[in-house]
Ligand binder design. Structure first.
Ligand SMILES: [Zn+2]
Length: 306
């Protein structure tokens, strides 16, 4: 059976496994934290794995064996076993209670004579969002409902399902300026557009991420959820740029420390009290090109003596 072959292959790299949950899980020593007890569980049917000590996790055994620096012949054997696994049916199922766009959402690329539509597009232009961006992200707006007179920016998962949305009023006099999807924020913003083999920029808002243009992930807030952390850690992303506001200093340092512990290069971008949307694409590009990985003493110095 492919599941048993999978277990014995991992055993050749990580040593003998303990079985749990009626055989559904195999438990190994973790190659990431090297905890002396077996704390890393692998579901032998779905291949999802997680260490209960250091939170190292992923959804394919190949990520685990790469981390353990398994030799090429083992990885080749794994790829043969993987051909028999039907990952698509496991990962491409639509989440049952996933978020939905507000009912009143109208896509902006749909040409109508609405004055509100023109206002929405004008507002987006004023924030540096182009017509191409509108099509790329599927930005819409609403003329009534909870998001009345707001542009609506959807976020999609890597398999193309909506995982979040934000609304932003395009009326200057609006009393309520923002609406957020009532669903969980523990998602990967704009995942559909992220290349996980390239450097990424982490920023706070959807407008920030869109104005960075390349490989930028919005947090839709200031906190990094476990889904995003896990994906950053288990992916091949070599370099992570943190472009969070200065009032998120504590969180920024914490994230930088955590990600560096997993061998990622991390740079904290100094936006001088501005957010990426104000700095714009050119400004962000200059920041990224001119920056070196941050050392903690240099960052603290900057904070203390600015
Ligand atoms: Zn571990």
């Amino acid at each position: 059976m492919k599941e048993e072959k999978l277990v014995s292959l991992i055993e050749r790299v990580l040593g003998p496994a303990k079985r749990a949950r009626g055989g559904e899980e195999a438990v190994f020593k973790c190659p990431n934290c090297n905890h002396h007890k077996k704390k890393l569980t692998v579901n032998i049917y779905t291949q999802r794995f997680q260490c209960w000590v250091c939170s190292f996790a992923g959804h394919r055994v190949i990520q685990l064996l790469r981390k353990a620096k398994a030799p090429h012949n083992i990885l080749d054997e794994l790829k043969k076993i993987d051909e028999k696994f039907n990952f698509k049916s496991i990962t491409k199922q639509k989440p049952k209670d996933g978020p939905k766009l507000p009912e009143e959402y109208i896509p902006l690329y749909k040409d109508t004579n609405s004055i509100l539509r023109k206002k929405a597009i004008k507002y987006l232009e004023s924030r540096g969002i182009t017509k191409q961006d509108i099509v790329k992200y599927g930005i819409g707006y609403a003329e009534s409902g909870v998001c009345e007179n707001m542009v609506i920016i959807p976020s999609y998962s890597d398999d193309g399902f909506l995982n979040y949305w934000v609304g932003r009023s395009f009326m200057e006099s609006a009393f309520i300026k923002h609406r957020l999807s009532p669903s969980s924020k523990d998602i990967v913003g704009f995942d559909l557009f992220i290349n996980w083999d390239m450097p990424v920029v982490i920023c706070e808002g959807a407008f920030d991420a869109m104005s960075v243009r390349r490989n930028a992930i919005p947090l839709f807030g200031k906190k990094m959820g476990s889904q995003l952390k896990t994906k950053l850690i288990t992916s091949n992303v070599p370099h992570i740029y943190l472009a969070l506001d200065n009032d998120a200093v504590k969180d920024t340092l914490k994230y930088a420390k955590e990600l560096r512990a997993y061998g990622k290069q991390v740079t904290i971008l100094d936006l001088k009290e501005k957010d990426p949307n104000e700095v714009g694409f050119e400004g962000m590009l200059n920041q990224i090109q001119g920056s070196k990985p941050t050392t903690f003493s240099s960052y603290f110095e900057k904070l203390l003596f600015q």
